[in-house]
Design a protein around this ligand. Structure first.
Ligand SMILES: [Zn+2]
Length: 167
């Protein structure tokens, strides 16, 4: 069966074998934007029951993520847990004085559907925002924002552009 992502319009093809039995609804993560799509299972016999997460449609879970500097092409592999990004941090970006020593934080978590990356403008982990800000897809995020990143998202810190890549 086919399910359309209500957020980005991506069409997911779901194998009938993966559909939970005795459930009316199931949930699948959009492979493009990671949106949780809840959909009705056709011809479900039982009407009650919780929705069941069945993972991504093709079962190809994303295993790794990295940041790519657009200017230099330099790649920075993200690790599970906290990745502090700055001039002198877990992930160090050289040659940009507009970046704070500890500028922003990307937390990477393993979820059942793959990897989850959450960015916040809090590299110091003291709740202090960076001086020049963290720009996510052309909008400055506050220290209170926790944004879930998708592949090809653009992050700008100082004068450096970073592209998120899952692989
Ligand atoms: Zn989507």
């Amino acid at each position: 069966m086919k399910v359309k992502c209500s957020k980005c319009g991506n069409i997911l093809v779901i194998s009938e074998r993966k559909l939970p039995k005795n459930k009316k609804k199931a949930m699948v993560r959009c492979t493009k934007c990671k949106h949780a799509i809840v959909f009705a299972i056709p011809n479900a016999e039982e009407l009650e029951g919780e929705k069941t997460e069945i993972g991504t449609d093709n079962n190809q879970k994303i295993q790794n993520a990295k940041l790519v500097e657009t200017k230099t092409g330099k790649e920075h592999i993200l690790k599970i847990g906290k990745n502090i990004i700055g001039r002198k941090a877990d992930i160090s970006i050289d040659g940009d004085i507009y970046i704070s020593r500890k500028h922003c934080l990307i937390e990477m978590k393993k979820q059942t559907w793959g990897l989850e990356l959450i960015i916040s403008d809090d590299g110091s982990e003291t709740g202090r925002p960076s001086i020049n800000g963290t720009i996510y897809n052309e909008e400055r995020i506050s220290k209170y924002d926790k944004i879930i990143l998708k592949s090809d998202d653009n992050i700008r810190i100082g004068r450096t552009n970073l592209i998120v890549k899952f692989y």
